[in-house]
Design a binder for this molecule. Structure first.
Ligand code: ATP
Ligand code: MG
Ligand code: MG
Length: 554
């Protein structure tokens, strides 16, 4: 059942199923709706939704909406869209931690009644000082030994709104001498006079993350609660709360979060990029958000394959962005049809091709997948090729078009450059005159055994359509933008000033009707996907998703 690719979490789950600890696996993906999902979240989504796919069971989507100060409905909507886009479905299992506010409050009351929680009136600074540090035991708060009755009374008054924010908190009564700082009487409820997107003004006390999370897992009878490594030291608290409340026990398992070169995976910094206008929005195609990579053209299957390939580690590591880009290339190589697009056009005039004549040539849509068929391209006297594909004085390793040299126009004819036409004032090359060999139709070699070294893509002047090309590069110029910061600067100084270059060029006619999201391999140029702006720009707008070859920038 586990399959060829396994990881330590799959092994734990497999063993639990085999031993009959659980009949099926129940996981959850618990985003906080305070921003958009990024590539790191994709790893967690693939892992959590992948387990029930392998072993039977289900994965819940649970919004961890316990902090009303930062959460918004539009984030909830975007998260749902992104999880679906990635190919996963929570079915009816959509939950909100805020659905459990009543239950969580009752459990807090139960903890007080059992002598495991107390209301502390100390200030934040006092509590911090008493908690101490790892080198020595902390100090008990003067409020630690309040009676159950007094604690119950105070907690009810907190709930009733009698106290200002920060006046007091409810703390779990655990062990002020613990070697684990999370066990030194952590706060579990605080006063926040904030209305909540779902519960309105019903509450002015809200559970802290550590109190809400494990108890929500328990309510939903999650079998395996998978979270990132920074929660390893919270596990004793997670277990302690479920034990003292005597509720359904969930096993927490930690794994290493995904860290990638050139990609930011901190929601706070992604939000800063948006708010400061350094990108066009959460879905800017340079962003590491799922909506960003979607707009750029990354296929969801490529992201799923990537998450499978990188596996699940127990220690922090750094994954190179090239691994993700290669997964995108591999997927698009298979799924995208070929088309011709000329980004920076140079006019060719085929002087021995009759004026007004248009000849059709066949071009395969996908050379490795004959089922995709062919399309007709029209060849005529005036064509465009890529400006970079011609050099008046070719360097030694330049095998493309040059004066007196013959090259193949893909699927069409062999042509030879005869004259270079320049602007009389600027000296700029405005056209190249060529001749074609009628014996080379379809790009076939002529009977006399001549050879060419270069094959170029092209479009016909009479039917080419205008298009905008957005050539994206990495958003950051350094592999580790958060750490490798210049003296006196911050991560913003590592933004790549050349991360977007816009050019206007030409495509074969069929692309005029491209719809947002349609993706192609432009022959010899790269993989591109039509941007949503296509609908309003008056011409198709294509985002470069990834170059054809690794490490080939613009
Ligand atoms: P941030 O620290 O940027 O605010 P977060 O982890 O707090 O991110 P959540 O919305 O709480 O964001 O994350 C939802 C789930 O996704 C959590 O279970 C978390 O462990 C997981 N997750 C977040 N970032 C990563 C990452 N880089 N790699 C793997 N999993 C991640
Ligand atoms: Mg967070
Ligand atoms: Mg979180």
């Amino acid at each position: 059942e586990v399959g060829a690719s396994t990881n330590f979490i799959k092994q734990i789950v497999a063993a639990d199923i085999e031993k009959g600890v659980h009949k099926e696996v129940v996981t959850r993906f618990p985003p906080e709706p305070n921003g958009f999902l990024h590539i790191g979240h994709a790893k967690s989504i693939c892992l959590n939704f992948g387990l029930p796919q392998a072993f039977g069971g289900r994965c819940h989507l649970r919004f961890d909406d316990t902090n009303p100060t930062k959460e918004e409905q539009r984030y909830i909507d975007a998260i749902e869209e992104d999880v679906r886009w990635l190919g996963f479905d929570w079915g009816e299992h959509l939950y909100h931690a805020s659905d459990y506010f009543e239950q969580l409050f009752e459990w807090a009351v139960l903890l007080i009644k059992r002598g495991y929680a107390y209301v502390d009136d100390s200030t934040n600074e006092e509590m911090r000082a008493m908690r101490g540090d790892i080198t020595k035991p902390g100090q008990d708060s003067p409020y630690r030994n309040r009676s159950v009755e007094e604690n119950l009374d105070l907690f009810m008054r907190m709930k009733a709104g009698e106290f200002d924010e920060g006046k007091c908190v409810l703390r779990a009564k655990i062990d002020m001498a613990s070697g684990n700082m999370n066990m030194r009487d952590p706060a579990i409820y605080r006063i926040l006079k904030q209305s909540h997107p779902r519960t309105g003004d019903k509450w002015c006390v809200y559970p802290m993350y550590d109190f809400a999370h494990g108890q929500s897992d328990s309510v939903e009878k999650i079998t395996h609660s998978i979270c990132t490594l920074e929660f390893e030291l919270h596990r004793p608290l997670y277990d302690w709360l479920q034990e003292k409340l005597d509720i359904f026990r969930v096993r927490q398992i930690e794994f290493a979060r995904l860290n990638m070169t050139y990609m930011m995976t901190s929601k706070r910094k992604l939000l800063a990029l948006v708010q400061e206008g350094r990108v066009s929005g959460w879905d800017d195609p340079r962003m590491s958000t799922l909506s960003g990579v979607r707009r750029r053209g990354y296929p969801p299957a490529a992201i799923r394959n990537f998450c499978e390939k990188i596996g699940v580690a127990k220690r922090d590591n750094l994954i190179h962005i090239e691994q993700l880009e290669n997964c995108v290339r591999e997927e698009m190589h298979v799924t995208c049809e070929r088309r011709n697009a000329v980004l920076v056009p140079l006019k060719l005039v085929i002087t021995n091709f009759p004026e007004g004549l248009v000849e059709e040539v066949d071009a395969p849509n996908h050379p490795e997948d004959p089922d995709t068929g062919t399309r007709k391209l029209s060849f005529a006297r005036e064509l465009y090729i890529e400006r970079d594909d011609f050099m008046e004085q070719p360097s030694a390793r330049f095998f493309r078009l040059a004066p007196g040299r013959e090259v193949r126009l893909k699927c069409a004819y062999w042509i030879k450059a005869t004259d270079v036409i320049k602007d009389g004032n600027t000296g700029e090359i405005v056209a190249v005159h060529c001749t074609y060999d009628p014996q080379t139709k379809g790009g076939e070699a002529p009977p006399d055994g001549r050879k060419v070294k270069g094959t170029l893509h092209w479009v016909s002047a009479h039917d080419a359509k205008k298009a905008e090309f957005r050539l994206y590069d990495r958003l950051f110029a350094k592999p580790d933008p958060e750490e490798d910061v210049p003296e006196g600067g911050d991560w913003r100084d590592n933004l790549n000033p050349e991360s977007l270059k816009v050019v206007h060029g030409l495509t074969e006619p069929s692309l005029a009707t491209a719809k947002p999201g349609d993706a192609f391999q432009f022959e010899r140029v790269g993989f591109f996907a039509a941007d949503p702006d296509t609908a309003t720009a008056g011409m198709p707008v294509f985002n470069r998703t990834v170059t054809l070859l690794a490490d080939k920038g613009m």
